[in-house]
Structures are given as structure tokens and as C-alpha cells.
Design a protein around this ligand. Structure first.
Ligand SMILES: O=S([O-])[O-]
Length: 387
């Protein structure tokens, strides 16, 4: 199949491109490199050095004999998006090209507006381009489990059958997201569902849990193929950050009591879920939703798993929670769709953590410790990004 990966230079977009290329698909990547600019803005960098896209593409050609096409541009440029779809004629478009940090979206008004404008309008431009250029294209969109929040009822896969005053209907599952970033994904989900209904587009919304890990077999084939590994309080995902804090001898910083439960997924399963979604497209007119997680754990449990595996003393430090979220709550998520398509999950294991500790040790000299401390406060309308 011909697969276009939007955000193909990013943490997950890049490994996904290699995984699909390795599986025999014809892959193109599109990116505007804004993720690399956030690093400059925040004064941080990926723990593992990453190569420019051009060098990555050459390295993949060298090790695999395969070439990926690349498009450099912005989804806010509607003409560029349409021309890319027209030129590459993808069977599937995988959309990772959004600002994906909740703290970043909560820095201040400017960052909130930027996040929603970038994410929502970029996705709208994409929907129009697909509808006008090739409506049979399957859109695989990265959503987040954070769209649902933590409701006191079971979380279904995107849709809810509801009986109200003796009448029944199937509705989009009600959302209670926890940041302007998460809200941008909720807005996207509604826009995409409407486009499926109005224009008969086919889409899969993947509500992904918190991703951990840094390597997949394809990126491990050459150091130039490495993907990012973020540890900072703005872009670092929680488990990856704990691993790095452990290696540095820093306390694992748990926000509040740590009772908040999150869905988790190994990066190797992320790329496999995308392959499964691409190879089993939604039907025309169908807005299909999968909850893309393989296990659920409280933040404190994650800290304990890391502490138990780390060969050395570890402290856990509870910080006043900078976010507004429930500290203890019901959490029960249905996530059977991807398993039915054939996903065989990697659950969080000692081997995975050992390899992450090794990667973190190798690059520990690159860490800026100050960047580990959270500074963005949900209860304020404006926060400094550095203390
Ligand atoms: O590519 S990332 O880190 O959103």
C-alpha cells in the first residue's frame, strides 16, 4: 500500500515510517520540523541525538535498500496538503503531525491558541484535501486516551450505546479532556466523524495511551535511525522520564499522590497498531475508533516498577500536582479492537526497562537536570517554561 506519514520526522512518526517500509509498503513522510523548533524554544534536546531527516532517509536506504519519499511543509498550508495528496496518491494517511504536549498547550494563551489552531486547522485542511483529491483514502489519526479523561463509567471504544427516557441511540463517547491540547484532539475527532458522515470518508481514530520506549527493531539497525527520547517536563512522557531520573540518581517526580491511572503502550506496539489499522481500513463512511493501549497503571505504580528494576537506590518525590486531574478514580477501558486485528502486546517488562536504562546511561551527559522540574501550572493562565 502507499502510506503517507504526517509528522514523519517525530518521536513516533519516524519509527512508524520505518516499520511500514520494512513491512513492504511504499512510504512517504511529511514534516515541517516544528518539533525540532520546540526544543530550541524550550532550551532542551532529545536525550538520544537525532539526525536531520535527510541523513535519516539516506541511512534507511543504506541499511534496507528502500527509499522513502519526503515532503517538507505545513498542514496549515492547504494548497501544499492538497498537492501532496494529489502527487503521492496514498491509500492511507497516518496523521501524527500535531503539537502533542499537554503542558506546552497550558503555558499561556499564546501556546493554547497555537496548539488548537495548528492541530484543528491542520486536520481540517487534511480532511478537505482527502475529500477533494481522493475520498477513498483511509485516514488513520492519532488521538489520545486523554480525550476521555477519567469518567466514573467504563470507557468504550469511541462510541456509546445509550438509553435515555426509554429511547436508545449510539453516540460519540462523552469526552472530559484535561488540557487545551487534549481538547484539540476532541475537536479533531468531532470534525473527522462529521467528514465521514457528510462525505463518506473512511477514518480510524486511535486513542493512544502514554507511549514508552525508544527503540524498535528498525531504528536499532543503525544509530543514525534513532528516534527522539524526551525527558523534559514539557515533552517527556512519564515512564521515559522516570527511567532517566533513575539513571541520573534524581528522585522520580510523581505529581500529587500518583493515584492517577493512565493507559500505557510500548513504542513497538504503537507502530504495530498503526500497521494493523492501515492494512485493515475502515469502511467508506465509517468513523472507527480504537483505544490504543495495552495496560493501565497508576503513576505511582509506574514509579514503583522503575524503582524495583533499577539496580540502585531510588527515591520517589511527590510534588504538588501542577495539573488539574483526579488523584483517585475509577478506570476501566475497553481495548479489544486492535487485539481482534491481531495485536500481540508487549507488556511492561524487566527486559524493556533494562534496555531503556542502558540507553539513558549512554547519553546521560546530555541531560539538563533543570528541565526535569515541572513549571507549567494548570490553575494559572500563564507560566514560565523555566523556573
Ligand atoms: O515528535 S514528538 O516528540 O511529538
Amino acid at each position: 500500500m502507499r502510506v503517507l506519514i504526517l509528522g514523519g520526522d517525530g518521536y513516533l512518526g519516524w519509527p512508524t515510517a520505518l516499520h511500514l517500509s520494512d513491512a513492504g509498503h511504499e512510504v512517504a513522510v511529511l514534516d515541517n520540523f516544528v518539533r525540532r523548533q520546540y526544543d530550541h524554544e524550550l532550551g532542551v534536546r532529545s536525550l538520544v541525538p537525532i539526525e536531520p531527516l535527510r541523513a535519516r532517509l539516506d541511512a534507511w536506504h543504506e541499511v534496507s535498500g528502500k527509499r522513502l519519499t519526503s515532503y517538507v511543509g505545513d498542514l496549515l498550508d492547504a494548497e501544499f496538503v492538497a498537492a501532496t495528496i494529489r502527487g503521492f496518491r496514498p491509500d492511507a494517511v497516518v496523521h501524527f503531525a500535531e503539537q502533542r504536549s499537554a503542558p506546552y498547550s497550558m503555558i499561556d494563551r499564546k501556546h493554547a491558541v497555537y496548539t488548537q489552531h495548528n492541530n484543528v486547522i491542520g486536520t481540517l485542511n487534511l480532511l478537505f484535501a482527502i475529500a477533494e483529491e481522493n475520498p477513498d483514502t483511509h485516514l488513520v489519526k492519532l488521538g489520545t486516551m486523554g480525550e476521555y479523561g477519567t469518567p466514573n463509567i467504563d470507557i468504550e471504544e469511541g462510541w456509546l450505546d445509550i438509553t435515555h427516557n426509554r429511547r436508545t441511540d449510539r453516540v460519540l463517547y462523552p469526552k472530559k479532556p484535561g488540557s487545551f491540547y487534549h481538547l484539540s484532539k476532541v475537536h479533531d475527532s468531532h470534525n473527522i466523524e462529521f467528514a465521514c458522515r457528510a462525505w463518506g470518508l473512511r477514518a480510524t481514530d486511535l486513542n493512544q495511551g502514554v507511549v514508552y520506549g525508544q527503540q524498535i527493531p528498525q531504528t536499532a539497525r543503525d544509530p543514525r535511525l534513532a528516534t527522539r527520547f524526551d525527558y523534559d517536563a514539557v515533552f517527556g512522557t512519564v515512564l521515559n522520564r522516570f527511567v532517566i531520573q533513575a539513571v541520573l540518581g534524581e528522585p522520580l517526580t510523581v505529581y500529587g499522590s500518583g493515584g492517577q491511572v493512565r493507559g500505557l503502550i510500548d513504542i513497538r506496539d504503537t507502530v504495530e497498531c498503526i500497521r494493523l489499522a492501515v492494512e485493515h481500513p475502515a469502511e467508506p463512511g465509517e468513523f472507527r475508533v480504537f483505544n490504543q493501549l495495552t495496560e493501565a497503571m497508576s503513576v505511582l505504580e509506574m514509579a514503583k516498577v522503575v524503582a524495583n528494576q533499577f539496580p540502585g537506590p531510588i527515591e520517589v518525590e511527590h510534588l504538588a500536582n501542577p495539573r488539574v486531574e483526579q488523584a483517585s478514580h475509577y478506570y476501566n477501558v475497553r481495548h479489544t479492537g486492535l487485539v481482534e486485528l491481531g495485536l500481540r502486546p508487549h507488556l511492561l517488562s524487566d527486559t524493556l526497562l533494562e534496555s531503556l536504562f542502558r540507553i539513558a546511561k549512554e547519553h546521560r551527559h546530555r541531560v539538563d537536570r533543570a528541565a526535569l522540574r515541572p513549571t507549567v501550572r494548570w490553575r494559572r493562565t500563564s507560566s514560565p517554561v523555566r523556573s
